[in-house]
Ligand binder design. Structure first.
Ligand code: ADP
Ligand code: MG
Length: 236
């Protein structure tokens, strides 16, 4: 239930509000100015946002790790069926996907998506961590060798191929909200990579419990255009 996620968030909000006690008199004298300033501060104070994100990551990671592998597989199949039926998937000639970690994280599985993309003659790209914590997306065909990066994620070997446009990015996430905000693992890798990809469609895939009403959002957070869970496809 999304409601379970909010005690830690409301605790953070309470602390932030307590810090504002000295401004109580401003509230008495000019309530509109006070409320506008509060709203602005809460949405621009990066340490407040980072703290709220860290708490949500912990809760959601815990919840996701509690899924059995069987449930994870069943839900991933339903997510795949919904995603491949979208216009964004059907139109895409090139798709950036990811390979989930082979551990207990229970990220949405992408095996079926990779198979569908290959069967439908789409160009598949997978992320690779490069210098300065950037991501590049390299072409990959099922059967090509992969190597583990420092996070234990499988990624393609470096390629000399020239960069080509990517039509659709399928993104993992710990949570998304109904405005398209994405919460990742905290490295900001996709934010930096997607900032350079203004033409592409960004699709987040997650289980329905990871789709929340509202997430904390920093200035650099890149929104997604579409969110696909086992229960719904949300076009933004
Ligand atoms: P995630 O998107 O993985 O949930 P965050 O959005 O919290 O992670 O970002 C993590 C860090 O990445 C931030 O502290 C920020 O400094 C850095 N970051 C993200 N995007 C950019 C960017 N476009 N330019 C510079 N730094 C960035
Ligand atoms: Mg981010």
């Amino acid at each position: 239930m999304p409601g379970e996620l909010f005690p830690s968030l409301s605790a953070s909000i309470s602390v932030a509000l307590l810090r504002q006690v000295p401004f109580f008199f401003v509230f008495l004298l000019a309530p509109e100015t006070f409320l506008a300033a509060q709203f602005y501060t809460m949405h621009t104070d990066n340490s407040f946002i980072a703290e709220a994100k860290a708490k949500l990551r912990k809760t959601l990671r815990h919840k996701r790790r509690a899924l059995s592998q069987e449930i994870c597989r069943t839900l991933s199949e339903r997510i795949t069926k919904r995603l491949v039926a979208t216009d964004a998937w059907q139109r895409a000639k090139s798709v950036a996907l990811y390979i989930p970690k082979r551990n207990a994280e229970r990220e949405v599985e992408t095996q079926l998506l990779l198979e569908q993309a290959f069967a439908q003659h789409k160009r598949i790209l997978l992320p690779r961590i490069e210098a300065q914590n950037t991501l590049s997306f390299l072409p990959w065909t099922p059967g090509d060798p992969l190597q583990q990066n420092t996070f234990g994620i499988l990624e393609p070997y470096p390629a000399k191929e020239q960069k080509q446009a990517i039509d659709l990015f399928v993104l993992p996430g710990l949570a998304f909200d109904r405005q398209g905000t994405r919460l990742g693992f905290g490295g900001g890798y996709y934010d930096r990579a997607l900032a350079r990809e203004s033409q592409a469609c960004f699709a987040g895939i997650c289980y329905s419990f990871q789709l929340l009403p509202l997430l904390p959002k920093a200035a650099w957070d890149q929104n997604v255009d579409l969110i696909c869970t086992e229960d719904e496809v949300l076009c933004l």
